[in-house]
Design a protein. Sequence first.
Length: 77
Amino acid sequence: MPAQTVYLLADTTTFAVLCDACLASREGSLAARHRAAQVEGSLRRDVDIGFRSCRRGHRILLKRVRVAGVGSRGFAA
Ligand SMILES: [Zn+2]
């Protein structure tokens, strides 16, 4: 089974996702699966790719997406 992929924008260093494989599991109640599926982590701004595992060991691939113009503009006050 291919790893789940999470895309992070250029300025994003932390993420929180739900592991698809855990959610698709039929073990336990939906609430228990939802709790187990929560994966949080961080990726340094200068790193383009990384891996995390959920509590059950499913692999989650992190990919940084650099889109020209996105994240480089400040907010006009
Ligand atoms: Zn999982």
